[in-house]
Design a protein around this ligand. Structure first.
Ligand code: GDP
Length: 444
């Protein structure tokens, strides 16, 4: 889905190139694609309609500045508007009250309340240096109380015992009392969930809210729930003054479109994102990044520009043909390295990719990779044209000469030759399609 939308958008970006302003006709196709993409990403229909109308409103008649085309400008507007719909910047927790600050967790069973309670405890201990106590008000499932005890221990927080024969309100009072007496900074109250919304549950959590007067009432919702998340959010908003949303299971397959709908319906900022089952899998929600995820495009505009500006298409075609015929040599290898440099190096390309992909490559790795590329370029440059075309003639004495010329050890020359051999084999397998496919996808 991600690449499908990316592909469509880049094609449409091309179509509207060369026109001076954004008009009804040149954005219609793009908006249709975006609409489809949002629906596929599980954003609720009224939210999609509203969103598209706002984008259109902002975009129409807008002069296109600088080197941007209307299509590119529109992608920018869509991205910004998506981020704005989900919240501006990063919304932190409000803990500026007389301690203990109470956080009430609300949501359906299975949404991730208990897990998030422990994750949040850990986050507060580590990032905010708080003394944290957790308590479970889920007296309907003994296993739930036990689960909270286990994960709280993992989080390094304190756990307040409760038993199934107690009333949730009594548990809450006792925990609050304990927290006051023991100088706890934050008390997190996990509550019972049901598989579906029911009135008894809503009444119970309303009573808990009245008793505890929490500074934060967090609605925990499973991002993979898709459309259902909207109904759940509506019901909880009607029952409780929500102060924030935690969107869990964003590491799953879902495109996270629920974020848009839930934000709109619950009328509260998304404060955290659950990104793994593990206790440290909680992040402050970043609307900007999530917008990129929903569109699955990273900063596609910049990427399209960079790639089309830097790469000579003819050169790429020539290269592809060579690979196909098995004639890929060190000269071509060098050419590839140079193309990469023209495009601004690895790190600048990486910046433009969707965050999940980019996150896989760390800064240090990149730095090393860039240095490595420069060294390789140096080694190939130290070879004669004959050697570049027929690397098999490079034996010991030639290797020594090349190493000296490039200012490296002979082992490095060996390593490069070996790598080249492997690459050659790999490229033969790709039958020359890989690079061309990439170019096409990026709209070059
Ligand atoms: P509760 O019934 O609302 O308390 O939900 P739980 O905390 O028991 O979570 C239900 C399931 O979802 C458990 O298996 C959790 O491990 C899992 N879970 C919760 N949050 C996340 C998350 O952010 N990512 C993933 N992959 N799993 C999560």
């Amino acid at each position: 889905m991600a690449s499908a939308l990316t592909e469509k958008l880049s094609r449409l970006v091309k179509q509207v190139r060369g026109q001076a302003r954004i008009t009804e006709s040149n954005v219609q196709d793009m908006l249709r694609e975006v609409r489809m993409a949002l629906l596929e990403a599980d954003v609720a229909l009224p939210v999609v309609r509203d969103f598209i109308a706002r984008v259109k409103d902002k975009a129409l008649g807008q002069e296109v500045v600088g080197s941007l085309t209307p299509g590119q400008a529109l992608v920018g507007i869509i991205h910004r508007e998506l981020a704005a719909t989900m919240g501006e910047g990063v919304a932190d927790l409000n803990l500026a009250v007389q301690p203990p600050a109470v956080i009430l967790m609300a949501g359906l069973q299975g949404a991730g309340k208990t897990t998030t309670t422990a994750k949040l405890a850990k986050w507060l201990i580590e990032r905010r240096k708080k003394k944290v106590l957790t308590v479970s008000g889920d007296v309907y499932r003994p296993a739930a109380i036990e689960q909270l005890r286990t994960v709280t221990k993992q989080a390094g927080a304190e756990w307040f015992p409760s038993t199934p024969d107690q009333k949730p309100l009594d548990i809450a009072r006792a925990a609050l009392d304990y927290a006051r007496k023991h100088y706890v900074d934050v008390l997190i109250v996990d509550t019972a969930g049901r598989l579906a919304i029911d009135e008894a549950m809503m009444q119970e959590i309303r009573a808990l809210h009245a008793e505890l007067k929490p500074v934060e009432t967090l609605f925990v919702v499973d991002a993979m729930q898709g459309q259902d998340a909207v109904n759940t959010a509506r019901a909880f908003k009607e029952a409780l003054p929500l102060t924030g949303i935690v969107l869990t299971k964003l590491d799953g397959d879902s495109r996270g479109g629920a974020a848009l709908s839930v934000r709109a319906v619950a009328g509260a900022p998304i404060k955290f994102a659950g990104v793994s089952e593990k206790i440290d899998g909680l992040e402050l929600f970043d609307a900007e990044r999530h917008a990129g995820r929903i569109l699955g495009m990273g900063d596609i505009v910049a990427l399209v520009e960079q790639v089309t500006a830097g790469v000579d298409l003819q050169q790429a075609q020539k290269l592809a043909a060579k690979v196909k015929s098995g004639g890929f040599d060190l000269e071509d290898f060098l050419e590839q390295i140079r193309q990469m440099k023209k495009m601004g190096g690895l790190s600048s390309l990486l910046d433009k990719l969707p965050t999940q992909i980019a996150a896989k490559a760390g800064e240090a790795d990149l730095d090393r990779a860039e240095k490595d590329i420069r060294r390789k370029e140096g080694i190939i440059c130290a070879m004669t044209p004959e050697e570049r075309r027929r690397p098999e003639i490079i034996k010991a004495s030639r290797k020594r000469r090349i190493a000296a010329g490039a200012g490296v050890q002979v082992q490095e020359v060996n390593r490069l030759l070996k790598e080249f051999e492997q690459m050659q084999a790999m490229m033969k397998k790709m039958k020359g399609g890989g690079l061309m496919k990439m170019m096409k996808r990026l709209g070059g």
